[in-house]
Design a protein around this ligand. Structure first.
Ligand code: CP3
Length: 354
């Protein structure tokens, strides 16, 4: 690969984009915007191309992945694309018997509960996910200067699905293992960190400009438990990709008490949900990190005036930050009006244009 084609360094096509600059806490022409779960069910064109194809199956079809990833970029003019996939794809790729049930989420046929079960979590190699490499190659060619964000589920959130066997409100079985058999828990998280690190490497090698680690459900833990029993595994994931120099984003829901630790785990950018204003989040995270967030996704169901007023509050709270990437505080809700998202991108761009 020649220096011109390098996806990572200063010679890369995406290096000077607003998104990459904000991640590096440099001056930006406007505040960059993208939305978690921007590729998906809120778009009629998404529902159309997905018709008759199961979620996990579609994640393994490079042309379809490319089309779905590009749909929100074309429609909303967001500043970054997020790779269309799901956090459970690497687990499926190493042979875990799971499915994504519509309206429910990931369901694991045989949950992981014992030491013997750990043997089912083998290492992931690039050959396990050829469709990822192929799709990202097509995407980066199409996207040009617009960055592609790769992603993975963090060890805790993946462990929750594997141990519970599906989505869980209280994470009872997960916590039972964590508190009752700390060594088994540590070994499980370490296995997941290996798999996740390898999966992010595949995406970066293929051309992803940045990566986000989704620890969606880690807000269920106290800071002390997070530090002792989760942070080592998440840090291992961030360390695995540190040498590439691509921005690493870390996000979870309900993590007000964990924001400092999410940064400390090894992120360059900390994602914030809507419960903590960004100026307060910056105090909790400390210097040297950019922040991403944090409009309540439910606000988009209100009037345009209310959306703009709430967005203004987010931008005002972000005014003193070292770097800010505008996003929602969690993923786009499935019944969101896509036009409200398009208007929101335009509003943030015009309000913050230098
Ligand atoms: O952000 C994007 O647009 C890229 C695509 C993406 C999906 N899932 C597609 C998807 C991303 C980044 C994810 C991550 C993901 N998956 C997370 C972390 C983000 C978060 O929201 O906290 C989690 C916890 C999952 C697990 C998962 N997969 C859930 C909870 C669901 C929803 C189940 C449902 O149908 O209500 C899924 C399925 C899923 N992943 C869909 C999409 C578009 C819907 C399935 C479909 O369209 O048929």
């Amino acid at each position: 690969m020649s220096a011109m084609e390098s996806p990572k360094g200063e010679t890369s096509k995406t290096y000077n984009s607003a998104f990459m600059k904000a991640c590096r806490r440099e001056a930006v022409p406007h505040t960059p915007v993208w939305f978690m779960r921007q590729a998906g069910r809120s778009l009629p064109e998404y529902r159309k191309v997905r018709e008759g194809t199961a979620m996990l199956e579609s994640c393994m079809m490079p042309e379809l992945v490319t089309e779905i990833t590009l749909q929100p970029v074309r429609r909303h003019d967001v500043d970054a694309a997020i790779y269309f996939s799901d956090i459970v794809v690497p687990l499926k790729a190493i042979g875990i018997d799971l499915d994504i049930k519509p309206g429910i989420g990931p369901v694991v046929e045989q949950p992981i509960r014992t030491r013997a079960d750990l043997a089912r979590l083998r290492d992931l190699t690039p050959e396990d996910v050829p469709y990822v490499t192929e799709a990202i190659g097509m995407l980066t060619a199409e996207l040009g200067e617009k960055p592609l964000i790769g992603f993975a589920g963090a060890p805790f959130t993946l462990a929750s699905y594997l141990v519970e066997g599906g989505p869980s409100r209280n994470h009872e079985n997960t916590k039972a293992m964590m508190y009752g058999d700390p060594q088994l828990w540590a070994d499980l998280l370490d296995r997941l960190a290996e798999i996740t690190g390898a999966f992010l490497k595949v995406q970066i090698e293929a051309g992803a400009s940045a990566v986000q680690l989704f620890d969606s459900w880690v807000g269920a833990l106290s800071p002390a438990d997070y530090r002792a029993q989760v942070m080592p595994a998440s840090s291992k994931v961030f360390d695995a990709v540190a040498s590439y120099g691509v921005p690493r984003i870390h996000f979870g829901v309900g993590t007000g008490e964990l924001l400092g630790l999410l940064g400390e785990a090894g992120a360059d950018v900390v994602g914030v949900d809507w419960r903590v204003p960004l100026d307060e989040a910056a105090r909790r995270v400390g210097p040297g990190k950019a922040l991403q967030g944090n409009l309540d996704p439910a606000v988009l169901f209100s009037t345009t005036e209310a959306v703009e007023a709430r967005t203004r509050q987010v931008l005002d709270a972000a005014a003193g930050l070292e770097g800010h990437i505008f996003n929602l505080g969690h993923g786009v809700l499935p019944t969101t009006d896509p036009d409200a998202l398009t208007r929101l991108v335009e509003y943030v761009h015009t309000q913050t244009a230098k």
